[in-house]
Design a protein around this ligand. Structure first.
Ligand code: NAG
Length: 249
């Protein structure tokens, strides 16, 4: 029996799809598709390619311990880019984070944080000490979980960079938290993705105050949460990491 190469490739990529929860191979910035981190290819290239999205887990697996070092930027803290790279974005602009896929039923919020990179720049700065992070936006249940909306809507998520933060190099920590197993402690699945950006324009605000690890605890009401108690309980969901930083425009 003969199999065409394309049929074989299709079968192989299907297997890849089944095992993948989701990762971010593309970030759309100012009309350009900038390569993110493709877990099917980038981790196997030698030398490691320069990407604005830090490496995420090879199996696109999740982080289950919010106190682990991986909570900052997935495995990005042990696998930084091999050289300096950022993408330029204007303060106040909206970028689109493009996931490769996302399963319906991996219910949860979508949360965005930023941190101004310390010296010597975003590509070598870990962001895992002190409290450099601040929350810029969050989407929560409003009759539908944001992750399900993303799964039905082309796997994209828009993130607006605040207009009044000071210009410079930042990590954007874009995160989905899947709550389908979160009724039990340790059951929430964290999918943080760190994107290296140079913000131009902007204002003079220099927010901070949150740490990763540190901002989340396994027993936070938004992390130890049963999503099967109905609409009213879901509407009362408290997104972890506190409120959006006050004063952002
Ligand atoms: C966005 O694209 C426009 C048109 O190509 C360009 O003029 C502008 O400088 C870009 N903005 C940034 C922040 O790169």
């Amino acid at each position: 029996m003969l199999f065409s190469t394309s049929a074989l490739l299709a079968a192989v990529s299907l297997i890849g799809q089944v095992s993948a929860h989701g990762y971010v191979p593309i970030v759309r910035i100012n009309g350009t598709n900038v390569p993110g981190w493709d877990v099917t290819k980038d981790g196997y290239m030698n030398p490691q390619p320069l990407r604005i999205v830090r490496a995420t887990k090879p199996d696109s697996g999740f982080i289950s311990n919010p106190a682990s070092g991986d909570i900052t930027c997935s495995i990005g803290n042990s696998k930084l880019p091999p050289g300096p790279i950022t993408a330029t974005v204007a303060a106040g602009q909206t970028i689109t984070v493009v996931w490769n896929t996302w399963p319906i039923g991996h219910y949860g919020p979508i949360i965005n944080y930023m941190a101004k990179c310390g010296a010597p720049g975003c590509s070598s700065w870990k962001g895992d000490s002190g409290a450099p992070w601040f929350k810029i936006s969050q989407e929560t249940y409003n009759g539908e979980w944001p992750s399900d909306k993303l799964a039905r809507g082309g796997f994209t998520s828009n993130v607006r960079i605040p207009a009044n933060i000071e210009p410079g190099d930042y990590l954007l920590r874009h995160e989905q938290i899947a709550l389908h197993g979160a009724s039990q402690q340790g059951g929430a699945q964290f999918y943080p993705v760190c994107i290296q950006l140079t913000v131009v324009g902007g204002g003079s605000l220099r927010p901070s105050g949150l740490s990763f690890p540190g901002a989340y605890k396994a027993t936070d009401p938004g992390i130890l949460f049963n999503p099967y108690r109905g609409d009213a309980a879901n509407r009362a969901y408290v997104v972890p990491g506190g409120p959006v930083y006050a004063g952002l425009t």
